[in-house]
Unconditional design. Structure first.
Length: 248
């Protein structure tokens, strides 16, 4: 069974196109699990208009108050993931478009590996291609040191087996994105692979939560070092906890 987990918030402008691109690739027993962070636009009405039993919507009961911009999205995805039931789990943003072979290619990779990351095309709000490959921008090194400094773990390009999620939980409460954490845990404990083929259109627009490269301008060098030490601290605690339980 496949679970596609999506986090939504005021996504009325693009979400219909994205949901349609996902549903046409899902089987009858698969699911699209959506966590909505109390949208105030017509996002929920658009989702309901599909009238598809494979769509399962969970509205978050409380909003996250934080100074770190990505925390809200991380908690929203965590809510969707907590309700998922599939053996294979995909992450989906509300404003992208999946290419027709997205699920097929990722599922094939997960027959051999536990976690997979695909390439994608970066497009503007009208789906005009801005860059043919995000791999060329963010890199493709699947190791912990490289990704602590400049992560290539793009959540919307990620799929993994349930065992990866179970190992990654609980997510750090703040300052560590869900996709970064999942990637680090996968690299430490599981078999990972890259799919060097664009499997989705990664839409960048004015309303996007995390425009590509935004974080690179947000911190001073000292701030970047401090932030990465914070992530390392969480990872070390996780590794120590796993070691104590005999899970190396």
């Amino acid at each position: 069974m496949i679970s596609v987990c999506m986090a939504t918030y005021n996504g009325q402008k693009y979400i219909k196109e994205q949901i349609a691109s996902i549903l046409e690739q899902l089987g009858g027993n698969d699911e699209l699990v959506i966590s909505d962070d109390q949208s105030t636009d017509s996002t929920l009405d658009i989702i309901k208009s599909f009238n598809d039993e494979r769509i399962k919507v969970f509205v978050k009961s409380e909003k996250v108050t934080t100074d770190f911009p990505l925390d809200s999205a991380t908690h929203n995805f965590a809510n969707a993931l907590s309700h998922s039931k599939g053996d294979l789990i995909f992450l989906a943003d509300q404003d992208d478009v999946w290419l027709p072979n997205h699920i097929k290619r990722m599922a094939e990779a997960l027959e051999t590996y536990d976690w997979a990351l695909s390439d994608c095309k970066i497009v503007d709000e009208h789906l005009n291609v801005v860059d043919e490959s995000i791999f060329k921008i963010r890199g493709t090194k699947l190791n912990i040191p490289s990704n602590l400094w400049s992560a290539c773990y793009q959540g919307c390009c990620m799929a993994f087996r349930r065992e990866v999620l179970e190992k990654a939980l609980p997510f750090p409460r703040t300052k560590v994105g869900h996709d970064l954490w999942l990637g680090l845990i996968a690299n430490k404990y599981f078999k990972t692979t890259l799919i060097r083929e664009p499997l989705l259109l990664y839409r960048r627009h004015g309303g996007a939560i995390s425009p590509t490269g935004m974080h690179k301008k947000a911190f001073t060098l000292l701030g970047k070092i401090h932030y990465r030490m914070y992530i390392v601290g969480h990872l070390v605690k996780k590794m120590a906890s796993e070691a104590m339980r005999g899970n190396f």
